[in-house]
Design a protein around this ligand. Sequence first.
Ligand code: NCD
Length: 304
Amino acid sequence: MRSLIDILELSTEEIDELVAKASDIIAHPEAYAHKCDGKILATLFFEPSTRTRLSFESAMLRLGGQVLGFSEANSSSAAKGESVADTARTVSCYSDIIAMRHPKEGAPLVASMNATVPVINAGDGGHNHPTQTLTDLLTIYHEKGRFDNLTVGFCGDLKFGRTVHSLISALSRYKGIKIVLVSPDELKLPSYVKKEVLKKNGIEYVQTTDLEFVMPDLDILYMTRVQRERFFNEEDYLRLKDSYILTPEKLVNAKKDLCILHPLPRVNEISVAVDKDPRACYFKQVNYGRFIRMALILKLLEID
Ligand code: NCD
C-alpha cells in the first residue's frame, strides 16, 4: 500500500504514467465512470480549500466512488484534542483512501504512518503540496509538451508557498531546467530547499526582486499569493501583500509562448486584465487538477 506525501516519492516514469493516464481520462471519460464503484474517499481538511478538496471529491465521484469528510478542524474531534494518528486510524475504518490537508508540516506523514489505507498529502503547512504539483506538471505537459529545457520563474511568497517547494523539487529531476526566484527579501525560498533541492541537483538558479527584468527569459511564470495565514503579524503581511501585481504592461517584453500559472486562489497578484491574455493558463490549470487526481486515486487504489 502506497501513500503520497512528497512528490519525490513518485519516479519520473510514474509521473509520465500519471500524465498519460490523466490525458486518457480527458479523452475517454466514460471509460472511467465506474472504476471506483463501491470505493470511498475521505477528505480531511483542517484548513480552508476550494479547488483541492472539491477536485478530489469531484474526481472520486466521476470515477463512480463516494466521498465523506470534513472541511474544517472545528467540526471534527480535533477540536476535542484528538491526535492526527488517532483520526487517521479511525477514518481508515470508514474509507478506502484519505486526502488530508493540515496546517502543521508533517501531519499527513503522521497520518500515513497510522492509517491502514493510502493517505494523500493535500497540503501541509508551508511545506509541500504534491497533488498541486501533479496538476502543474499536467498543465506544463499540455502547454509546453515537455518537462526539460525550461526556464521557470516563481514569483511572490516563495518562503511559505508550499506549491512552490513541491514544484521546484519535481522540476529538479529534469534536464536543462533554470529556476528564477522573484520575491521580496523577507519571502525568499527557504535555504533548506535551495540546499537540498537546487544545489544538491546542480540546478542553475538566480534570485532577484525585479520581475520585469527577468520576464523576457521565462518560459513559465508561476505566480503565488502571499500566504497571510502563515505570517506572525498582520503588519508584515500588509506591507508585503502587494509586492508583485502582474498586469498586461508587465508582460510587454515576455515571450509570445510564455505560460502563466498560479495555483489559485488569486488575491491581488494577477490583475483580472491578464485573464484574457492567451498566455494566462491558470484556469486551464484548475481544470487539469481533477483529471490528475482521478489518475492518482486509481494508482494508489491499484485499480486497472
Ligand atoms: C494553494 C495552497 O493551498 O497551497 N492552493 C491550492 O491548493 N490550489 C495555494 C494558496 O493557497 O495560495
